[in-house]
Ligand binder design. Structure first.
Ligand code: PBG
Length: 327
């Protein structure tokens, strides 16, 4: 051993914190909030302990709870009053997300991001408009281009309600460009788009689909979401969204895809977001309920790791808990 080389010197109390490379701040965290048009009181989400669906009338109160922890940004998901084939309630002026956004923007200082997708609003649970793929079969697939017009309308309706940023998550080709044009034509040139640019077809979304009631009624999302084995393709998706005018890029899920977060970080100068999804939350919660993991410690460590991999911002169900521990 070379006795002059002692990395432990920098790990002494006081020094260790001084030279820390990655420090998480509550300002980097985005808290998901579920607003439910069918609920008249708060409903627990069993697969996501500590999270609830709240009625529209409680949305402001719910966001105030988030703000009290030091988290300043929420991402809203809606459970509509009814569902149909084309997700009509997704772009209704009096829809659940629109009503909640209006109230939250009027009554709080929160930064409001809205998820732009159709899966919570369609009766079949897919992220777009369906059509028979071939007349001789009954196989239905999501039609890309007809879905784009719907997504642009959804984004515009969120903008009109006062959203500060829209986050399209449907993984349709051309979605960012279509939404950008829709927003610009409606006079919302200044509204930023955070694209779920790199979204994998992941089994880690399971608990969310309970929470937002958005599980596909048949089949899966493998024809539009990415194959978990693909790495280079993530960069193609990121490039396409940059070309189409995305203002920030998201990678989802986060923990099992840290290599992708790093790749996207190195590919772009735009802000990179990572979404620590419902399954990542649920597994840490479940292990801690067994007494096998210390929840606060693993939550914090997981977020530090995601930021170290290259994320500037993190969407996480631990936002409030971790923000409180940072304060
Ligand atoms: C789609 C959407 C999903 C999530 C966020 N937006 C579900 C999906 O693609 O199946 C998942 C988030 C999570 O698991 O926490 N609108």
């Amino acid at each position: 051993m070379d006795r002059t080389r002692r990395p432990r010197r920098l790990r002494r109390d006081g020094i260790r914190e001084l030279v820390r490379e990655t420090s998480l701040s509550a300002r980097d965290l985005i808290a998901p909030v579920f607003v439910d048009a069918t609920a008249d009181e708060r409903v627990d989400i069993p697969s996501m302990p500590g999270h609830e669906r709240v009625p529209v009338d409680d949305a402001v109160e719910r966001v105030e709870e988030v703000l009290a922890t030091g988290v300043e940004t929420v991402i809203l998901f809606g459970i509509p009053s009814e569902k149909d084939e084309i997700g009509s309630r997704a772009d209704a002026a009096d829809g659940v997300v629109q009503a909640a956004t209006r109230a939250i923007s009027r009554e709080t200082d929160a930064t409001v991001i809205t998820d732009v997708c159709l899966c919570e609003y369609t009766d079949h649970g897919h992220c777009g408009v369906l059509e028979a793929s071939a007349p001789e079969t009954t196989t239905l697939t999501v039609q890309n281009d007809p879905t784009l017009d719907r997504l642009a309308d959804v984004a515009v309706s969120h903008a009109e309600a006062g959203a500060d940023m829209v986050a399209p998550s449907s993984m349709m080709d051309g979605m960012v460009g279509a939404i950008r044009r829709g927003l610009d034509d409606a006079g919302h040139e200044d509204l930023p788009i955070m694209s779920y640019a790199v979204k994998y077809e992941s089994a880690f979304y399971g608990p969310f689909r309970d929470a937002a009631d958005g599980a596909p009624a048949f089949g899966d999302r493998r024809h539009y979401q990415m194959d978990p084995g693909n790495r280079r393709e993530a960069l193609r998706e990121a490039d396409l969204d940059v070309e189409q005018g995305a203002d920030a890029l998201m990678v989802k899920p986060a923990m099992p895809y840290l290599d992708i977060v790093r790749d996207v970080r190195e590919e772009t100068t735009l802000p990179v977001a990572a979404y620590q999804v419902s399954g990542e939350y649920a597994m840490l919660q479940a292990a801690s309920e067994q007494g096998w993991l210390d929840l606060e410690a693993v939550a914090l460590e997981s977020l530090v790791a995601i930021e170290r991999a290259g994320a500037d911002v993190i969407v996480t169900y631990f936002a409030e808990m971790v923000a409180e521990s940072l304060a």
